[in-house]
Design a protein around this ligand. Structure first.
Ligand code: GLP
Length: 260
């Protein structure tokens, strides 16, 4: 059962997540952090950078793995996740770029690049804390509905709905790549702690299906129910379709001090 924390605003939820991640890095400077892209975690990264500047958090031994990447964008394309992670995470936090990993979506053989990424994650000892967003269709990473809940890092085809959702980052939907490399659902479930962020009414149905619906490949986010340590940080609109909301609010007031 996930811990569900409902905050009034995305900023408050992101700040809470950032404080927790900063404290985790302070306790364990060689942490392996999994990062998501998209709009949702952007404030968390800014907040983490602010805490680093204010408290002098040592991030020199932090290792980062991204969840996914488009296939076929040229290296250096501003909307490639390699560039997004470089801007929002590596540069913002002042990380050593050699410790920041993104699947190689411009590789001549993306299938081999996917396998190699999975091996690289394994060699690093796996992800300790994974930040996740969720797609309006319930995807995590780029694992679209129908993805095997045991899947590993691989090449996937993006759904029209995901390409349409991400068209805001490109000039038009047809410029959004049709393929990606994504960590599998099984790969994501191997992380020690999953921190899901979801904000806005557009995520409400996906959040309810993921946290309270049946566990099914039709909603890849529902695989979170199979993980022993999940924290979901939501704003009010994203929590609106949860049936057990009252319980979560009660549970939050009873939480021990060591949780988020
Ligand atoms: C994107 C990413 C996911 C992200 C999700 C939600 O396409 N591949 O990692 O969590 O879709 O995106 P957003 O946060 O912009 O709503």
């Amino acid at each position: 059962m996930a811990e569900v924390i409902i905050e009034r605003t995305p900023q408050a939820a992101s700040a809470r997540a950032a404080r927790h991640i900063a404290a985790t890095i302070a306790a364990r400077p060689d942490l392996v952090l999994g990062v998501a892209t998209g709009s949702t975690p952007a404030h968390l990264y800014r907040e983490l950078a602010r805490i680093r500047d204010r408290d002098g958090l040592d991030v020199s031994r932090l290792t980062v793995f991204a969840l996914d990447e488009y296939v076929g964008l040229p290296a250096g394309h501003p909307e490639s996740y390699a560039e997004v992670v470089r801007r929002e995470v590596t540069d913002a936090l002042g990380l050593d770029p050699s410790r920041v990993h993104v699947p190689d979506g411009s590789a001549a053989d993306p299938f081999a690049a996917a396998d190699e990424y999975e091996q690289r994650m394994e060699a690093a000892g796996g992800v300790d804390v994974q930040i996740l967003g969720i797609g309006g269709n319930g995807h995590i990473g780029f694992n679209e509905p129908g993805s095997s809940l045991r899947s590993r890092t691989r090449v996937k085809t993006l759904s029209r709905s995901t390409r349409t959702a991400n068209a805001r980052f490109f000039d038009e939907v047809d410029r959004v790549p049709a393929h990606c490399i994504t960590q599998g659902v099984g790969t994501i479930l191997d992380a020690g702690h999953l921190v899901l962020l979801a904000f806005g009414a557009g995520k409400a149905d996906a959040v309810a299906a993921a946290l309270e619906g049946p566990v099914t490949a039709s909603v890849p986010g529902s695989a979170l129910q199979l993980h022993p340590h999940v924290t979901a940080l939501l704003d009010d609109p994203a929590a609106a379709a949860l049936a057990h909301r009252e319980y979560y609010d009660d549970a939050w007031s009873l939480k021990p001090a060591d949780v988020l």
